[in-house]
Ligand binder design. Sequence first.
Ligand code: SF4
Length: 217
Amino acid sequence: MARRESKTAKRERISVILDRLSRSYPDAKVGLDFETPLQLLIATILSAQCTDARVNMVTPGLFEKYPTVHDYAHAPIEELEDAVRTTGFYKNKARNIQLCCRQLIERHNGDVPETMQDLTQLAGVGRKTANCVLTNCFGAQGITVDTHVTRISNLLGLVNDEDAVRIEFALMELIPQERWNEFNHSIIAHGRATCIARRPKCDQCPISDLCPSASLS
Ligand code: SF4
């Protein structure tokens, strides 16, 4: 189906996919718990190679212990490493969080900036993290390419790529901007509930007739 599909046909198929997924997951939202832009920035840095559920187990204690950028910036690094240890890659993550918070103080008066350019110049912050913060805290539209978006966009034949930045730009071209967040949240909810990695429930999938990878046997 997808191999010879024109861009126009693909756009039409995505539109129907989105309508159905939005009906199936009307309350879909970001899986990380947070109350402030700083908390989401930290949680998203921690979510690299880690599940949201695991990050959500760590962040309540972390946010209580380090309520401001200054607390992260001045914490003994071993203490910060200990606090994020169970999210994996903890040395890198602790170092990035500390450096990122020092940069927030030096460059942005301690605030989380509201542009892609400023965010992606912070330690440990790529387009995925920046998009997550911009869309969930500052009302922007964006596509956060995580493991679910990568996998399902390929399964649906919307892209044929594993590179997150190329996938993001390809999807932005196919999906109207006002539906980027909707796409993001719906696809991630779908990846958690139905199109589960290595065991997709194609027989229960609301978009199986629109998916070239459907296995209904
Ligand atoms: S049909 Fe199967 S592979 Fe395709 S989106 Fe649905 S669950 Fe995923």
